[in-house]
Design a protein around this ligand. Sequence first.
Ligand code: ARG
Length: 458
Amino acid sequence: MALWGGRFQEPTNEDLRKLNDSLPYDRRMAKQDIQGSIAYAKALGLAELLSPDEVDHMVAGLSQVLTEFEDGSMQFSANDEDIHTAVERRLTELIGSVGGKLHTGRSRNDQVATDFRLWVMQGIEQMNHAIRQLQHALIEQSQQQLTTLIPGYTHLQLAQPITVAHWLMSFFWMLERDRDRLRDAHRRTSSLPLGSGALSGNVFNIDRQFLAGELGFASLCQNSLDAVSDRDFVAETLFGFSMVGVHLSRLAEDIILYSNPAFGFVRLNDRYSTGSSLMPQKRNADPMELARGKSGRLIGNLTGLLTTLKGLPSGYNKDLQEDKEAIFDSTDTLLQLLPVVTAIVQTLQLNQVAMQEALDETMLATEIADYLVHKGLPFREAHHASGQIVLYAETHQCNLSAIPLEVYQEVSALFESDVFDLFDYHLAVAKRTASGGTAPSAVQQQLEQALACLVGDW
Ligand code: ARG
């Protein structure tokens, strides 16, 4: 018999049953559902709706159901519409009709909101852990590459030389903001809906503060109508996960590009590259393409949920059942992806020679402008003068360092023979010492800041 069978005279249509049932996926919340029910049984005891004996019975029965889930012996029945129904049905089989008292004053609306918040919180915690592993890998690679140079790009055109450490660490900070965002989402998720009933509150004067304490929620939802239908916490977690995906996708794109033989800067370890079934020479960066591709799917989950939420009338609506698959999928997707990306960063082979050879003296044109600035020329004029030098190099097809001093001096009388000292990539990099810059000394500080971010759990 369905939980709500009393007022119906005919059985539910089979197709509708399949459409309506969420058990195939919400069984993933079994643990959270049972935790919530144990806490609720205790609260019913405190409210004297259950005798101490009944509470003990119920807690033992619920623990038994949890064991059955964990050891795989839990049997489902055709009428188990969702995880909440299945747990209550099994509890009643185990402890008899007293099991039917568990739902006193509770609705599946406040129950599912509670279970789901608990699930999302642990999902965020797992994600935090997986992101941290990648951050550690970025730090470790960077520590090895503090003075290795790589071209820095804007508009994907050669811009200025930077260090490999600086390039890699840029992703550390993206991920650091992601963790911060997720911690924030976790804080707002940690608000208890239980005790809100179906929509209007609980008539049995349940101690919600007690429930929050038992379940580890930091606060109580303050409005029962909002509590049962609020899924902001899902949306913002999906956004947080999408943002991680977008960052991974950008890292992936760099690695795909840099592993192209035209660049040849990096090479993926054999264990993390794939070949072609037809072209024997191929060496593809499939995992990085998957990282780039999966970000689309993460964004899709977020967009789907927001679209579901946007027109809902007040109170619980069954549309809300669509919240779960989105986050389960995004969580699984990212938890599968992050360890692979981490291993790729850890095992990435860097070709210092190729990176060095890709540097071009025109990338030092800014140095020429800065040189004139140091000699007192306003930057705009210095920029123009440097541009003329670059034009000369281009029309004469020569390097900036090969242009005769006389030509420099025709452009600006401020040029002296020390202008040729500028043509040293390491020197150009070493000058960017202001905090946040690419100079090895600044990157060293950056690394220390980064390590400090990883002290503690968040
Ligand atoms: N399976 C439902 C969900 O996931 C549980 C809540 C059902 N509530 C209801 N009033 N039908 O949203």
